[in-house]
Design a protein around this ligand. Structure first.
Ligand SMILES: [Zn+2]
Ligand SMILES: [Zn+2]
Length: 327
């Protein structure tokens, strides 16, 4: 199956963590963490609109400057999401440069700080020398932190000594209309088709009535007759997480049923003590998480360089707990 999202690791598994995701149909690009970005092309970086930062450790943020450098001359609005403290981090990074010649540049950066019960927002405009504009606070009612037509991003906070965000991207339901079935029933295309799609996306009751050419039909009847529906793809991202019962309890509902689980595996069994101290996962624990979450596929990253000559061992140890494909 061709995936609607192209997923590319920013670096080989022993390098800085992070992934570039590109939506094939809309061309929209996302970043999961901001490790060293030098392997991405300028074209790829310019497609990025949303950046999701797990936490403020340098290996997850060092790519910020290159992202800024590449997008500076472009009329873009970057949305960056991160844990408590991310607004200050972004402000400090931006104020680390002089901006006397950029008054006509249109780049905007909005930092969204994810708290348990609220999302704090602050925008930095290049034309205002990236001084922070007055902040906005919004109540957070669910795990969702960002919703747009191509995806919804949800997150939960885990303990890594500091707050660290795990993310799950979910596509909306993929609804295809079958034109031959429309013809067969003599239903003329019209605005009712988008009503049907909207009702299906928002999971309206099956008995919802839709009018087609002066006749009333139930939503379910129309859906069965003329649509082909598949659940949207789910891509989960877990990094820098201690394998504690509390963290697993928070992670599992978020990553449950992921089609692709992108999961850190910093250590091997021989250094499990180091994983525990530094609040990271071992490869075996990543495999257990994938198994417990009923993930369909596991992709490992963020291997500790101390194991640089044992690369295959990461996949083998994860595979002792997870039967699906591992790469
Ligand atoms: Zn970290
Ligand atoms: Zn890290």
């Amino acid at each position: 199956m061709t995936l609607p999202w192209h997923i590319e690791a920013l670096n080989p598994p022993f390098g800085d963590p992070g992934f570039f995701l590109l939506h094939s149909y809309s061309g929209q690009g996302l970043l999961l963490d901001l490790g060293d970005l030098h392997k991405l092309s300028a074209k790829q970086i310019l497609k990025v609109s949303h950046i999701f930062i797990s936490h403020g450790h340098i290996d997850h943020l060092i790519g910020f400057d290159l992202l800024l450098r590449m997008t500076l001359n472009h009329a873009k609005h970057l949305h960056l999401y991160g844990p408590p403290g991310i607004i200050k981090i972004v402000e400090h990074k931006l104020q680390g440069y002089c901006w006397n010649l950029t008054a006509h540049h249109e780049l905007l950066i909005t930092a969204h700080e994810i708290h348990e019960k609220s999302i704090e927002q602050c925008t930095f405009a290049c034309r205002h020398k990236f001084h922070p504009e007055p902040g906005i606070s919004m109540t957070r009612k669910s795990s969702a932190i960002c919703e747009n037509p191509t995806f919804t991003m949800a997150s939960t906070t885990v303990d890594h000594g500091i707050d660290c965000l795990a993310f799950a991207l979910k596509e909306p339901l993929q609804i295809k209309i079958r034109p031959q079935e429309l013809n067969r029933r003599g239903w003329p295309p019209g605005p009712w088709l988008s009503q049907v799609q909207q009702h299906l996306q928002s999971q309206s009751p099956a008995e919802t009535i839709i009018e087609i050419a002066g006749h009333s039909y139930q939503l379910q009847e129309i859906a069965d007759a003329i649509t082909q529906i598949r659940p949207g793809l789910k891509i989960a991202y877990v990094t820098d997480t201690g394998f504690t019962p509390e963290n697993r309890q928070r992670l599992l509902p978020l990553i449950d049923g992921a089609d692709i689980l992108l999961c850190e595996a910093a250590f091997l069994e021989s250094t499990a003590d180091k994983a525990e101290i530094s609040k990271h996962l071992t490869a075996a624990q990543a495999g257990q998480l994938a198994h417990q979450a009923n993930a369909k596929e596991l992709r490992l990253f963020h291997f500790s360089p101390r194991h640089s000559d044992e690369k295959e061992e990461f996949y083998r140890q994860a595979g002792e707990h997870f039967n699906g494909p591992i790469s």
